[in-house]
Design a protein around this ligand. Structure first.
Ligand SMILES: Nc1ncnc2c1ncn2[C@@H]1O[C@H](COP(=O)(O)OP(=O)(O)O)[C@@H](O)[C@H]1O
Ligand SMILES: [Mg+2]
Length: 281
């Protein structure tokens, strides 16, 4: 299911200026699109617009349109939107309902609220928990889990609803390196299974490795969008508040010195290969 953002300008209630300014963007079905940019660039607001929280929850003033699977978010009900788009936020703690005692019940919560038959709920919850590797801890309290596990739980709650589009808004920013790896493993797995993914992320090595498309934002505008090699290869990337993965900077420096004339790789392994070639081993 694709996402089309068409000339979207949005101002939060009572704010003097827009948080998004004439944003246009297309994410094709099955793509993994990463949003990058400094704090305040508008990444979260755009994520909320795709999920329909803007303007259904945040209100404010909106011009332009957001279409998910060809349907306008403004004209869709919250229920219709929830079936099409799932969203995972920054802070795992905020997403736990607090209304349930176990990991299993937490994932079942949304389905039960929709009046899903018991048998179907059980099957969907099991499927979602197995997919994120939390089936073994299904009887534990959500609050006993590690940060990485809590984010996987948030993803499982989304997966139980089986939306074709999944949005992650800096879902790894509160996590340590191992929690980040856990979450990205699942994101990569969701991409393989054909979900359409919109992922705001600061950790650029994951963006470089996994994105099919990168959108660079600044001041509520889209500055650039394209394949990761193109956007992360821009000379002015840092000027827009985004740091390149260090291994890319190393290979770029070799290229500037005339020691390497090939591509700049998007993975650490690729960069190691370049270094082996450059050093003649
Ligand atoms: N709930 C809100 N109410 C008013 N202004 C907001 C709200 N959330 C974000 N903003 C403002 O919108 C702009 C974009 O913020 P945001 O979308 O959170 O950027 P990012 O996620 O890239 O850091 C910022 O100027 C921010 O202060
Ligand atoms: Mg944000």
């Amino acid at each position: 299911m694709d996402i089309v953002v068409d000339s979207l300008t949005y101002t939060y209630p009572g704010q003097p200026g827009p948080a998004l300014r004439d944003v246009s963007l297309e994410v094709r079905s099955g793509e993994l699109c990463c949003l990058v940019g400094a704090n305040g660039a508008g990444k979260s607001t755009l994520c909320c617009a795709v999920a329909g929280f803007v303007p259904h929850f945040y209100r404010g003033e909106m011009y332009g349109a957001v279409l998910v699977g060809g349907q306008d978010t403004v004209q869709s009900t919250i229920g219709e939107l929830a079936r099409r788009v799932g969203i995972v936020f920054q802070n795992p703690f905020d997403q736990i309902t607090g209304a349930t005692l176990t990991v299993f019940a937490e994932v079942a919560f949304g389905l039960e609220n929709l009046g899903t038959p018991r048998e179907e709920t059980v099957a969907r919850v099991e499927g979602a928990l197995r997919r994120v590797g939390l089936w073994e801890v299904r009887d534990r309290s959500p609050f006993e889990l590690s940060g990485g596990q809590q984010q996987r739980l948030a993803i499982a709650s989304v997966l139980a609803m089986d939306p074709p589009v999944i949005v992650l808004d800096e879902a790894t920013s509160q996590l340590d390196p191992s929690g980040t790896r856990e979450v990205w493993q699942i994101v990569a797995n969701l991409y393989e299974s054909g979900k359409t993914l919109l992922v705001a992320e600061h950790k650029m090595e994951y963006v470089a490795r996994h994105a099919t498309k990168v959108v660079l934002m600044e001041g509520g505008r889209v500055v650039a969008s394209g394949p990761p090699s193109e956007v992360l290869g821009r000379d002015d990337l840092e000027a827009h508040g985004v740091g390149r993965p260090p291994f890319m900077s190393v290979v770029r420096a070799l290229r500037e010195k005339g020691l390497w004339d090939g591509e700049v790789p998007l993975t650490l392994e690729g960069a190691a290969e370049v270094l082996r070639k450059v050093s003649g081993r």
